[in-house]
Design a binder for this molecule. Structure first.
Ligand SMILES: C[S@@+](CC[C@H](N)C(=O)[O-])C[C@H]1O[C@@H](n2cnc3c(N)ncnc32)[C@H](O)[C@@H]1O
Length: 385
């Protein structure tokens, strides 16, 4: 079919193609022609964007794009190495690209932008590093930015992928934990990142207070912005090391230790920060064979902290590698010295004894379970579980 076209240098092709799409001027059913370093973008009329224009024949035949792989140009021998899945955070596609495809990374990124126009940036993730779990990020196509707004369970989180940790893969785990929170609880989220656990709990449950903190100042800045943007009341923010923050805010009823590689190191501090009774959710990357030993370690640390374990459940969050899993241990503990009269504890004294709330927390998980002895249900423990 004969049509007008705009002739642009190849490196500006994606930008101008999007601009024409936004203007409704791109002939989407005609094939874009590549001539050396120039791209000829077919348009519905003569368009003046400061580039040469001409009329010529274009091939027709619209082929539905099922995957970015349908549009990417890489040598056939390398097609099998193309990433089969990737995260989308806000409008940013986050890819891991194998070494053999590194020289084609821009084409891969551009193909993703073409395949899904809602994605405006493609970045390469070279891994999460250091205590702050920040990704090493390289923008490979689209707008030059690493910030976006990601929506999860109707809440909006501003993230900066190059400066603070965020992963959309933990969304259902965050929901699982939020669903366990009972009315009136004081919750601590000392590895809060940009706030997806804390804000979900504050917005969807009825805690007394959620303490959210992180050692990374950029994460805390985003956390505070996200609390404001989502109008999340009842979240107190702090900046600093988890151990210090837990000491400052104790006693609390529930603690989320979301730092899978080293969270066990913080368990003594978490047990010390729990009031008369409470729950610690501690994350770990584990081989299946090591689960029992990890549970025993938790029991040992609880005993050392003067806590009695009432319930210990393991929940698999997701596969982490072919042999490892990201797991959560939900540990319900009672302070041994308060067993007889838990209402004497400082955290108990903060909660109104007249405001009993029936248990709404959903229990899930498997193995290592040690349930509370039947009949042992003080009014306080009924409220907590
Ligand atoms: C795996 S990320 C979890 C982020 C968040 N919970 C989420 O779901 O997105 C762990 C976070 O812990 C923070 N962190 C690491 N060591 C810390 C420490 N000693 N004290 C406080 N925060 C720490 C990191 O900066 C990072 O934001």
């Amino acid at each position: 079919m004969r049509a007008w076209c705009i002739v642009v240098p190849r490196e500006r092709g994606e930008e101008i193609r999007r601009r024409l799409m936004d203007l409704g001027l791109l002939h989407e059913h005609l094939r874009i022609v590549r001539e050396g370093e120039r791209l000829l973008l077919p348009t519905k009329e003569r368009v003046d964007l400061g580039f040469p224009t001409e009329q010529r024949e274009f091939g027709t035949g619209f082929v539905a794009v099922r995957s970015y792989k349908d549009v990417v140009e890489v040598p056939d021998a390398l097609r099998r190495s193309l990433p089969t899945s990737f995260d989308v955070i806000g409008d940013i596609a986050v890819l891991k690209i194998p070494e053999e495809l590194q020289r084609y990374r821009e084409q891969i990124g551009l193909s993703i932008l073409r395949w899904n126009p809602k994605i405006r940036v493609a970045v390469q993730d070279r891994g999460v590093k250091g205590e702050r779990r920040v990704r090493s990020i390289e923008v490979i196509a689209g707008e030059r930015r690493t910030t976006t707004v990601h929506t999860e369970y109707g809440l909006h989180y501003r993230v900066d992928l190059a400066q603070a940790y965020f992963s959309p893969r933990l969304a259902s785990e965050r929901k699982r934990i939020a669903d366990l929170v009972l009315e009136g609880e004081v919750v601590a989220d000392p590895f809060a990142g940009v706030g997806p656990f804390a804000i979900l709990i504050a917005k969807r449950r009825r805690p007394r207070l959620v303490h959210a903190s992180d050692v990374n100042p950029v994460a805390v800045e985003l956390l505070r912005a996200n609390i404001g943007a989502n109008r999340a009341a009842r979240v107190a923010t702090h900046e600093g090391d988890a151990r210090r923050i837990l000491r400052q805010i104790a006693p609390v009823d529930r603690i989320i230790l979301d730092l899978p590689h080293t969270a066990f190191d913080y368990l003594p501090n978490a047990f010390a920060a729990i009031g008369a009774r409470g729950v610690v959710h501690v994350y770990r990357i584990l081989e299946r064979a090591d689960e029992r030993a990890a549970a025993d370690r938790i029991r040992g640390m609880a005993a050392q902290a003067g806590m009695e374990i009432r319930d210990l459940q393991l929940h698999t969050v997701r596969a982490y590698s072919p042999t490892q899993h990201h797991v959560a241990f939900d540990v319900t503990v009672v302070r041994a010295s308060h067993r007889a009269d838990p209402d004497r504890s400082p955290s108990a004294s903060r909660t109104s004894p007249t405001k009993e709330t029936p248990t709404t927390g959903r229990r899930s998980g498997r193995t290592v379970r040690r349930s509370e002895a039947p009949g042992h249900r003080s009014r306080h423990s009924a409220r907590r579980r």
